[in-house]
Structures are given as C-alpha cells and as structure tokens.
Write a protein that binds this ligand. Structure first.
Ligand code: PLP
Length: 408
C-alpha cells in the first residue's frame, strides 16, 4: 500500500529536489506529465533571450557573429549533451531537426557501406523516421531499399548481408518499450551493417551509453526531456571512428572546412563539424543552453535513479488506484523508456478530462495515454495527485463528457 506520506518522504529525500526551483512552475498547481512532448522551461530562459535580443541583435547586430560565440554553439551544446548519452566530447552536434539529422546520417551510413543498399527499420518507428527513409529510397532509386520490420518482430531477424544500416528508435513513442541497444547494435555489426539510434524518448530520462553499445550514429530531440524549448534544434551523434570517413549528404557552407574563405568547391570540415549545413538557430540555441547548463551540473546517476523511481511509483499507484486499466508499457524498468503508457478505449477524451483536472498528458491513437516523466521537475507527490485524479475520473466517468481536442 503506497501512501501520500511515503511520496512526500521521497520528495524530502530527493537529491534533485533543489533543481525544481530552476524551472518555471506555472500557477494553478498543474501537473505536467508531458516531458515526452515538451519539457519544462528553465527560469533563466526568458531573460537570456531578452538579453540576446537586446545586446546581440538590436545593439551589436552582425558583430555578434564574432563576439557572441554563436558559431561555436552547435559543438558547445553537443558537448553538454554528450555525457547524458554516453558519447565523448566532439561526438555530438546540435543542429537542424531530428528528421533532417536522420536524413543526413542515413545517407552518410549508406555511403559508408558501398554495395549494400538496405535500411532496416520497424513499422512502429516514429512516422517521420519512416518517411525520411522512404524519401531516401525514392531519391536514390536502385541504390537504396527500405525494409520494414512488422510490429512485434525482432529486428535482428531482418538484418542480412545487404543491410547497410539498422535505424531504430531506442524507445517506442507510443508504448514506451525500450529496445536492446547493445544486442541489436552487435547483430548489425556482425552482419557488417551500421546502427543508428533515435534517442528522442530516452535522452534526459533513462541511461543511454552509445559508446558502450558501439553505436555508429544517433539522433534525438532536445525539446522533450532535455527541456530545450518548443522547436529547439536536435542533436546528432557520429562515433569518432566514422567522423572523417562519412560524407555529408547536405553539403552546406557551415560544414565546409574553411567556411569563411567562400571557395567554389566543397571540402568537408574535419570531425563532427561536417554535419553542419546552414546558419545555426541562434535564439533557439541560447534557450537550449539555459537548460543544458542545468543538466551539466547534475550527476547522470541521480537523474536516472530519480526517473526509475518515478516510473516505479507511477506503476505502483496505477496498480493500486486504477487496477482495471491495462498498462501498455513493460513492467521491468530495463525495458522502459521515458514515459509510461496505459490504454483506454477513449484515450483522447480521458486526456482532455485529465487536463480539465490539471493533469497534462498525451494521447496517441487509437487508445494509448502517455505519461512523460521529467526527472528534473516532477515531484513524487505530483504522481500521487495525478493518479488520484485519474482514479476519480475513471470512477465518475467524467471523461465521457469531455470533447476530444486535436493535439500533436
Ligand atoms: C522518436 C521521434 N523521432 C523523431 C521526431 C521528430 O523530430 P523533429 O520534429 O525534430 O524532426 C519525434 C517527434 O516527436 C520523435 O518522437
């Protein structure tokens, strides 16, 4: 039997509790269980943005390119993300969107495996990941074939001597199911293929160790658990051993070896920098940096221990208060991602009813309700209140009168 007092005691013992004060907590006692969608706002972000606009933009204008460290931001921010995903300094870059980074790295992986043309992915992968691979398949014609693993099948069985790259999301965006990155990367390598991982629903929540797994490439969103803000640029990872061998697919001037010599011919920059394409999003990078400055002060072990405890508590409370509701996510933490999902036949209406009671979560068709657990801002007591309200809504069936809203 879990009590509210136990949840409060967990909050008092939480080594990450002081970090909550560094984030905006909107009035009204809302409980945000949507870090899998957009993470919380660092309190420092609005002031950083105002200052950048006043000094960097309004006053200094173009001179800020040399004084404002704007051009070094993609690598600087990447180095701040690296420890959270098991990467070394110089292996992570912040730029573009996750979809665009996926395009760049899939194309690069295909070029690294001449004679092989297959991209293997799961049918249940995030749609943009599928569309990007379909687009590459279309663009490259005979040089590329996109092979989809049916939902529920083990991707290992679909990798063969034609496979150039295995492209998977570490965590399923609906169920929260975590794949075995180490094993699948190994299977890909044994077949001579490369492994590319989308860490969007993992980075900033669960332990990720790209280099221990031997991963070749990775991408991920920064606006989810990492709290980089709406539309924040994504990150990409290229293992050090591939950086100077991989040919960029988008050969823009920011990835040129000497971008300010304005030469006619393209020469890729050494290292991770060649994965840059165009001008960095300076304002968005500044906002993301306020979040990454917070992450850089924290021990990854504390972050992951808190996230694991939140996940366990949520499942315990759901079992206790909502026993008839099926859990979609696996029960073992080692198989879970950043969020915990349940299923409900009218999930969209349930999410709306919860929002009206101050609990913000998300729905994915047809029947999945997702609770994204941001370890830096959530309190254990929040989960008590959220499940308490969920139990009330299920008991009095107020979700039946809620109009489903359109959502992304
Ligand atoms: C797993 C996954 N990959 C890729 C994306 C797309 O990211 P972007 O819109 O930055 O391209 C998302 C967006 O939610 C996602 O959940």
């Amino acid at each position: 039997m879990i009590t509210y007092e136990q949840c409060q005691a967990m909050d008092r013992a939480d080594p990450l509790a002081p970090v909550q004060d560094l984030f905006d907590r909107p009035p009204g006692g809302r409980i945000y269980l949507d870090a899998n969608s957009i993470g919380a706002m660092p309190k420092a972000a609005p002031q950083r943005l105002r200052q950048l606009m006043a000094d960097g933009w309004s006053r200094d204008r173009r001179r800020s390119w040399s004084t404002g460290e704007w051009l070094s931001a993609p690598k600087r921010l990447g180095d701040r993300i690296a420890p959270l995903i098991g990467a070394a300094p110089g292996e992570v870059l912040v730029c573009d969107s996750t979809s665009i980074n996926l395009f760049k790295l899939l194309a690069g992986a295909l070029k690294l495996r001449p004679g092989r043309r297959v991209i293997v992915s799961e049918a249940g992968n995030f749609p943009s990941n599928l569309y990007i691979a379909q687009g590459l398949d279309d663009l490259l014609g005979q040089a590329c074939e996109f092979r989809l693993v049916p939902e529920g099948d083990d991707p290992a069985g679909y990798i063969d001597q034609d496979t150039a790259v295995l492209s998977l999301s570490l965590v399923d965006y609906r169920t929260g199911q975590r794949l075995h990155m180490d094993r699948l990367t190994q299977v890909a390598h044994q077949a001579g293929a490369l492994a590319l991982w989308d860490l969007s629903h993992a980075a900033g929540a669960i332990p990720v160790d790209l280099n221990a797994a031997g991963a070749d490439f990775a991408v991920g969103c920064t606006y989810k658990y990492l709290c980089g803000g709406p539309g924040a640029p994504a990150f990409l990872f290229t293992a050090g051993r591939h950086q100077d061998a991989v040919k960029p697919a988008l050969t823009g001037w920011m990835g040129h070896a000497a971008q300010f010599e304005f030469a006619t011919g393209y020469v890729p920059a050494p290292g991770i920098g060649r994965q840059l394409c165009g001008t960095p999003p300076v304002l968005a990078n500044a906002v993301l940096e306020t979040a990454l400055e917070i992450w850089s002060t924290l021990a990854p072990h504390d972050i992951h221990a808190k996230h694991a405890a939140l996940s366990r508590l949520l499942i315990g409370l759901l079992d206790q208060r909502c026993p008839g509701v099926p859990l979609v996510s696996p029960r073992a933490y080692g198989s879970q991602g950043g969020h915990i999902s349940i299923s409900h036949p009218d999930g969209a209406a349930l999410v709306e009813a919860l929002a009206r009671r101050g609990v913000i979560c998300s729905h994915r068709a047809p029947d999945t309700v997702r609770f994204g657990l941001g370890p830096l801002t959530l309190r254990y007591g929040d989960l008590w209140h959220a499940v308490d309200r969920l139990a009330d809504i299920l008991a009095d069936e107020t979700w039946r009168v809620a109009a489903p809203a359109s959502e992304i």
